[in-house]
Design a protein around this ligand. Structure first.
Ligand SMILES: [Fe+2]
Length: 374
């Protein structure tokens, strides 16, 4: 079985969805923020349970949806350890494996495009596949002129790591700009214009003379990708909320949510973990129904029953979390359960500022609304 190959036309990025046909457990590689609705739909259509959202590196040309998939689909995030994506739940070292059902992928450290870049090998039904990120592209390779890139390291990764795989290994790159879907190690070894038959010196001269323009979105994408794509800037949060407002009743400010609660029109459902409510503080009169629980941030199996019990018929549900991400996922689930559910923008603590301090850029407490410490 081949992976499901998905394409983002704006960035020419390929996203790959791999699954085990028996358990229906799945893993996604390099998911794209703008395509999260499509990817959730594909998961539903195939009846898949997404266990992992995995990056090949910290991308400069698009923002990952890994953080969103963690909330909306319950995936765990994994990223190469040397990429500095510290929000990823699993920091992958060379040779590490990630399992889904009876399947697994194996990480190969293939630095060069970035110092942390990895490729992933998947063997399925006697066929070997490699997901090469921006390390090896069809008849090309990733650039090495920014983001800790190194042409020398890339040459080694291509010729000694990837080209050491059997010739019939299928190559699935992170991008193609000409509509090609995949290649093989044998074909790339024989004909890749950048590296086939080239010495290290020749390769370095080629890489040195590319003179590529800076990626359009690098300033925005790299910082976001270092946080699994959960953008903690006002624009990012607003964009995310607008896009995700499909699937639930809408987004409300903390002030509007509180006025509804006071008027008896709405129940405030606090979807943070019990530990956060206890330690950080809570809204008097709100009902705690955790979306995920500490430790491990595991999905709360009682969420559906508890949210039903918390919100009487005819009342709205206004969902509060830390900064307005989990509450979107929870509002959507509550909507599926038949409730009129809203997301409270900015959450309890708001987004972090430049020094990573929360509570200074909006949120329930910032707006002076009532709260108490446990
Ligand atoms: Fe890249």
């Amino acid at each position: 079985m081949n992976p499901i190959q998905l394409f983002d036309p704006a960035s020419s990025t390929y996203t790959y969805l791999l699954f085990d046909p028996v358990s229906r457990e799945a893993l996604i590689i390099d998911p794209v923020d703008e395509q999260v609705e499509r990817d959730l739909r594909v998961l539903r259509e195939y009846g898949l349970n997404l266990l992992w959202a995995v990056e090949t590196h910290a991308h400069a040309d698009h923002i990952t949806s890994a953080g969103l998939l963690a909330e909306h689909a319950g995936a765990r995030t994994a990223a190469p350890a040397a990429c500095g994506i510290l929000t990823a739940a699993v920091q992958l070292q060379h040779d590490a494996t990630l399992g889904f059902g009876s399947q697994q992928i194996q990480a190969l450290h293939t630095p060069g495009h970035t110092a942390g870049s990895m490729s992933y090998v998947w063997e399925s039904e006697g066929r070997r596949h490699v997901f090469t990120g921006d390390t090896l592209l069809i008849n090309s390779c990733g650039r090495t002129d920014f983001q800790s890139g190194s042409a020398e390291a890339l040459y080694r990764s291509l010729t000694q790591v990837l080209f050491a795989l059997p010739d019939d290994t299928l190559v699935w790159p992170a991008h193609d700009y000409q509509g090609r879907s995949h290649s093989t190690i044998g074909a790339e070894k024989a004909t890749n214009a950048r590296v086939a038959g080239k010495s290290l010196a020749e390769f370095m001269a080629i890489m040195d003379s590319l003179n590529l323009p800076k990626p359009k979105r690098i300033e925005e994408a790299v910082p976001a990708n270092l946080q699994s794509g959960l953008r903690h800037d006002a624009d990012g949060a607003a964009l995310m909320a607008v896009r995700a407002a499909e699937g639930y009743a809408g987004n409300v400010t903390p002030q509007l949510a509180w006025s509804w609660v006071q008027a008896g029109e709405a129940v405030l459902v606090d979807v943070r973990s019990d530990a956060e409510r206890e330690w950080v503080g809570f809204v008097p009169g709100g009902v705690g129904v955790a979306w995920k629980q500490w430790p491990g941030m595991i999905a709360n199996p009682d969420f559906d029953a508890a949210v039903h019990a918390a919100v009487p018929a005819g009342k709205k549900a206004v969902m509060l979390c830390r900064s307005g991400v989990r509450s979107i996922a929870a509002a959507r689930r509550a909507t599926e359960l038949g409730l009129e559910a809203y997301n409270i923008l900015e959450g309890f603590e708001g987004d972090p500022d430049a020094l990573a301090h929360r509570g200074r850029k909006g949120g329930w407490r910032y707006h002076g609304l009532p709260w108490r410490q446990g």
